[in-house]
Design a protein around this ligand. Structure first.
Ligand SMILES: NC(=O)c1ccc[n+]([C@@H]2O[C@H](COP(=O)([O-])OP(=O)(O)OC[C@H]3O[C@@H](n4cnc5c(N)ncnc54)[C@H](O)[C@@H]3O)[C@@H](O)[C@H]2O)c1
Length: 286
């Protein structure tokens, strides 16, 4: 299969490239194919004629996005729009990655978000990612949108940050009032590959690891698995912001995404604890 990957140097893309290596992969990042350049995208896809386009490109710096202006909308919304138009014109399937940030995050913790629940993003990142989803739906029918969250893999990520802190400090404070599913990029890549291989129905799917936790409990699990001796103190988001003297984009309290729709397609979705152990082993930390 001929597959075009955009944003191919990013964290998720590295796992996607590995998982789909048996295919004919055309890997591009901003220096080869800037997804915000409509003319270039239409021309490139016409020439390459891929069967699938996997868009791993995005503006992902959630806090910086608040002040970054137009560029965030261009990359997260116009980019997917251009790819959807190019996919449609060339009869390719577009695979796109979205986020839990399209939701408001204020749902009661006992509940989880389903794909069609009301969207009410509260950050520039979330707003532009939602626009990206809408642009895709308006421009092609043959698409998969996988909403993920709390991603870690081959790149800067929460697990690496916590391990560095754990090695250098005796105790740290971690927020305990944000709930979600840490997601190993290798597992998300495997979900994407399974969806393509099984040709599941087009549409939007929630795609994170199974199970739910908080950043605080996630950190405790990271330290337990690696034998890191560092006390972890639970703090509320409000307290954390005050302690660290930082300003940050609003974080969703509830990022819990239901995987029912994906599971109903027979897709394998591992538990987050199992995923964490595999990641730590792969990193030589366990
Ligand atoms: N990291 C997370 O925790 C997280 C959570 C939820 C959803 N997501 C989504 O998952 C996807 C992958 O995220 P990631 O963490 O691997 O991203 P990343 O930041 O590691 O990689 C993004 C890539 O996009 C490229 N890029 C940026 N602008 C571009 C442009 N104009 N044209 C072409 N390429 C461009 C960058 O060079 C980079 O290689 C994104 O859609 C992101 O919104 C990520």
């Amino acid at each position: 299969m001929k597959i075009l990957i955009t944003g191919a140097n990013g964290m998720l893309a590295k796992s996607v490239r590995k998982r789909l290596a048996e295919n004919e992969l055309i890997c591009t990042d901003v220096e080869d194919l800037d997804i915000t350049n409509q003319e270039a995208v239409l021309q490139y896809v016409k020439e390459v004629k891929p069967e699938y386009i996997i868009n791993c490109a995005a503006y992902t710096a959630v806090d910086k996005a608040e002040e970054a202006g137009e560029i965030v909308e261009k990359i997260n919304s116009n980019g997917p729009e251009n790819l959807a138009k190019a996919a449609k014109e060339n009869d390719a399937v577009l695979v796109h990655i979205s986020t839990d940030y399209v939701f408001g995050g204020d749902l009661d913790i006992e509940n989880v978000y389903k794909e069609d629940d009301r969207k009410s993003p509260v950050t520039a990142y979330g707003v532009t990612k939602l626009h990206g989803e809408e642009k895709i739906k308006q421009n092609t029918d043959k698409y998969y949108i996988f909403r993920t969250a709390w991603l870690y893999g081959d790149g800067n990520n929460f697990v690496r940050t916590m391990l560095n802190l754990g090695d250098s400090k005796d105790e740290i404070s971690v927020v305990c009032d944000q709930h979600g599913s840490p997601t190993y990029a290798e597992d998300l890549a495997n979900i994407i590959a399974q969806a393509i291989e099984k040709k599941i129905p087009y549409g939007i799917y929630h795609a994170t690891n199974q199970g739910y936790t908080t950043w605080y409990d996630f950190t405790k699990a990271i330290f337990e698995c690696t034998g890191t001796v560092c006390k972890v103190n639970p703090v509320t988001t409000e307290k954390y912001i005050e302690m660290m003297k930082i300003t940050q984009a609003k974080r969703p309290k509830n990022s819990q995404l239901s995987k029912e729709k994906l599971l109903a397609q027979g897709i394998e979705v591992p538990e987050w604890e199992d995923a964490l152990k595999r990641y730590l082993k792969a990193e030589g930390k366990m």
